[in-house]
Design a protein around this ligand. Structure first.
Ligand SMILES: [Zn+2]
Length: 80
């Protein structure tokens, strides 16, 4: 079961959640502010996806987080 990482767009909290693949599309509420505006981060799950030799290699994995739109530092998308 993969671990997904989320960041809250309301309070910028980051948290991890174990979800089966069948529920991977769900957005768990933020444990800090109970807000529902959480965003899945790609840092963890991106490693699982293997590109089938169709084009570019996967974007760099790791680096400690950041949401889909940011590279760890400042991000307008997740309010960080
Ligand atoms: Zn929050």
């Amino acid at each position: 079961m993969p671990i997904y990482e989320y960041c809250c767009q309301d309070c910028s909290a980051r948290f991890e959640k174990l979800l089966p693949l069948s529920r991977a599309h769900e957005q768990p509420p933020c444990p800090e502010c109970s807000g529902g505006k959480t965003r899945k981060l790609l840092s963890t799950i991106a490693a699982v996806r293997s590109s089938d030799g169709s084009g570019a290699p996967p974007v760099s994995v790791g680096g400690g987080g950041g949401c889909a739109g940011c590279s760890g530092g400042s991000c307008a998308t997740c309010g960080h």
